[in-house]
Design a protein around this ligand. Structure first.
Ligand code: R5P
Length: 290
């Protein structure tokens, strides 16, 4: 199998290639024309080959999406047998319903573009709670991998009997997998989003005095959800708080906000390169490709 990347994920794709013994690197030239248009050139023979394209679509999703589509379609045009899309952070997944009249359900629009250009799809901890899961949602074979094992290992090695917290209903499954593996007590708060940058959490009463707390969420975007969750568990007496997420989008002052709320450490993965991307999902993806 050949592996290549769009400009969003060169470092992650390189790590996956190193871990997958049989993966051969395929170079893709990517440039912007002076007028802003995207230039793509596949620099290798792909006829009859399976090709994995790694492109996480964070922070600049529209450009990364277009780049991905150009690469995938060109690979097919050049005779590739199969294009495997590896999109660790799948964009627009939170806009999977028409919340207000007339809104574009952009998740569905992106989904169609991916189905049209790709034979198989791998994503990581996709934000999909109102839908049936990627296996059923996509018209191509698709799988949602999870980074949970990385946080389980972290907690086993670095925490003392952690109490596991999910900041909202949408983290229920994730919290239960992690808590079960750690045999940990756990709870899930309820969240009301007041605006894109403001949330309110409802937690009930808990005694977390002298407890180490692991808060897990799929995404940290503005940091509002995580900061409120940290503040809440600190208010309940938590002695140490680890805030963990798969996708550290970290918009603007997100990280500062979470540390100010009292987190001892904030950790995330390299689905989104960031200053807290301490863990790599490359091993999980390479294992799946094998
Ligand atoms: C949504 O429910 C997600 O699971 C995250 O909690 C959310 O996307 C985080 O967004 P923010 O950091 O902007 O609060």
């Amino acid at each position: 199998m050949l592996i290549c990347s769009g400009s969003a994920s060169t470092s992650l794709a390189t790590k996956i290639q190193r871990r997958g013994e049989t993966l051969k690197w395929l170079e893709i030239e990517k440039k912007r024309f002076p007028d802003g248009e995207t230039y793509i050139r596949v620099k290798g023979e792909v006829e009859g080959e399976q090709v994995a394209v790694v492109q996480s679509m964070y922070r600049n999703p529209d450009h990364y999406l277009v780049e991905y589509l150009f690469i995938a379609k060109t690979l097919k045009d050049l005779g590739a047998k199969e294009v495997i899309g590896i999109i660790p952070y799948f964009p627009y997944a939170r806009q999977d319903a028409r919340f207000n009249p007339g809104e574009a359900v952009t998740f569905d629009l992106v989904k169609e573009l991916i189905e049209d250009s790709t034979n198989k799809l791998l994503v990581v901890d996709i934000h999909q709670h109102r839908r049936r899961g990627v296996e059923k949602e996509f018209r191509i074979p698709a799988k949602n991998l999870s980074a949970a094992e990385l946080f389980i290992k972290y907690a086993e090695e670095n925490m003392n009997k952690p109490f596991v917290v999910g900041p909202d209903d949408e983290s229920v499954n994730w919290v239960s997998v992690i808590a079960r593996k750690l045999s940990a007590e756990n709870t899930v708060f309820r969240k009301k989003r007041v605006s894109p940058e403001e949330v309110e959490l409802e937690s009930g009463k808990l005694d977390l005095r002298q407890r180490e707390v692991l808060i897990v969420d799929d995404i940290i975007s503005t940091g509002e959800t995580m900061a409120k969750a940290v503040e809440t568990v600190k208010g309940m007496g938590a002695s140490r708080v680890v805030a963990a997420c798969t996708h550290p989008i970290l918009v603007k002052e997100a990280l500062k906000k979470i540390y100010r709320a009292g987190a001892d450490i904030v950790i995330g993965t390299d689905t989104v390169p960031s200053e807290i991307s301490f863990f790599s999902v490359s091993g999980i993806i390479a294992r799946e490709l094998r």
